[in-house]
Design a protein around this ligand. Sequence first.
Ligand code: SF4
Length: 332
Amino acid sequence: MDNREVLIEAVNVKKYFPVKRGWFERGERKTVKALDGVSLVLYKGETLGVIGESGCGKSTLARVIMQLVPATAGEVYYKGNKVTPENIMQFRRQVQMVFQDPYSSLDPRMSVGRIIEEPLRVHMKGLTAVQKEEIVRPVVAKVGIEYEALVKYPHEFSGGQRQRIGIARAMVTNPELLICDEPVSALDMSIQAQVLNLFKGLQKELGFSYLFISHDMSVIKHVSDRIAVMYLGKIVELADKKELFDNTLHPYTKALMNAIPVPDPTVESMKADLTGEPPSPINPPKGCSFHERCPYATARCSEETPHLTDMGNGHMVSCHLCHGAEREVENA
Ligand code: SF4
């Protein structure tokens, strides 16, 4: 029996954005289906990586779980309790967010000290200056920023330091979960590795859980315990990292894996099977939304939508090809 504590559970979450109509457009108003029925759980102490191409809905998923945008349908639970307007402040103290862009996510008019203290002003009102310092000083030490530098402004720091400041701001209320939305994609490669190692070190020391979003499979591979692969607003594969890499099932995941750069020049890099662009989320194709790009697509794939199915060992996949293999095993 699985006795891991569930921190977050998202149940059939949908997020549709209405599309603005042109002056002469008539008829039914169109919607972008950014999330189209996403369900997942995140366990205490783990890093759940979410990967997919730009526009697959992974950042919208982060924002809906964080309640920064309302879901069109579905529910989000925190430790078994549905997140509602009544308990949102308690939820946000325990679940904080690290944003993608360390340049625009810090207010340039505020000193870094004030930026890091901001969540304390919202969630722990009435603290004295001494009490705030007692909280902030060890937090900034853990992310590698000197306390004396907090009088400076964001533009006086490098990109990597600014992301460390963003992490300190997220840590200051002592949350259980950090939702990290592409937290290293705006950084140079060498700085990326330092920040990723910082995330791992903080998790080991403080027991954080992470929902870690990236479009880069090598980043996701480095940080994750389990990995969810998203395509056009849906999860198409979800498994433990080792299982996903040893036994990749979905053709889209295989294509993402093949796109990971190979550091050895003597090894011929496998070309990604992925061709073309993802279809429009305003008008997704019938059947499997990946069928127009899938090298294994059959007639069934363009007619019938596959459902996310547990193939055993918690390895979930949404693909007729794999489900057929499962039936063959069942019938053997
Ligand atoms: Fe490819 Fe068909 Fe599987 Fe979709 S359902 S991933 S089109 S084989």
